[in-house]
Ligand binder design. Sequence first.
Ligand SMILES: [Zn+2]
Length: 183
Amino acid sequence: MDQKKEDYRYIPTEIRRAVLIEAGHACVIPTCQFPATEFAHIIPFSEVKQHTVDNIVCLCPNHHTMYDILKKIDRKAIRTYKLNLQFLNKRYTVYEMRILRLLSEKMTVVASGEIETMNLLKDGLIYNAKTFETQSINITDNSSGHIIFNDIFVQSFAAKLTEKGKEFIRHWRDEVTDLLNVI
Ligand SMILES: [Zn+2]
């Protein structure tokens, strides 16, 4: 049985949907006019053994064949198309990309705030190694005197790369640097 077909079948629906939405249901090759009907792992499934949005692109059948079978589109090109989409969709802000760029050279950087770095934290690319400043917010109900809202926000923290973040930098470094240089 064709192992590749087996792999696509088991790409979870929510991951397929996220990949399609990211690409606007179009083939990941920017000039291609055909709808995306197939999926490909950038790093082969046999190596990564998991399905993640970051590592999957959607393609039309012709470009899929050119990539996976004929090898006429190389992995770096596909990675660049994928990264362009992520930039296009503004998944990460310029501030977040600058943090990644600094973290490719330093072990840790001071990041300002959970909101500014939300998607890096949410995607598990960085983690909070040490909290420096927090802001607590308490809102009290005037009539009863009870606290109705109580939360602590991290204002600044030491950001470090997770293993996933290191992997991201390793795989995407050239493309990230190229793109950051033009921002
Ligand atoms: Zn195509």
